[in-house]
Design a protein. Structure first.
Length: 91
């Protein structure tokens, strides 16, 4: 996988697009930190690619929430029932 700076994107876009077509993916960095992922959609199946990326992002978010919940402790069954009851009462 190739890494390019934001400046590279402005100054040498043609070589980036050529390498993207060859390699299939590239990372754009800003101040040395990855900021964007470029994916080649050679077969033209944009909707399927977008769906797969969104599913992957959702899985990452879910795993992050699960890790945070485990670190902070889970709610007891009683706490869950109390939350449900409060929501039903409109509190």
């Amino acid at each position: 996988m190739n890494f390019y700076t934001v400046r590279d994107l402005r100054t040498t876009p043609k070589s980036i697009w050529e390498n993207l077509a060859a390699d299939g993916e590239a990372v754009i960095t800003n101040n040395g930190r990855p900021m964007a992922l470029l994916l080649d959609i050679a077969d033209g199946d944009f909707e399927e690619t977008l769906k797969a990326v969104r599913q992957a992002k959702a899985a990452i978010a879910f795993n992050s929430m699960r890790s945070k919940a485990a670190a902070e402790g889970y709610m007891s069954d009683e706490e869950i029932e109390a939350e449900i009851a409060a929501a039903r009462r409109g509190e």
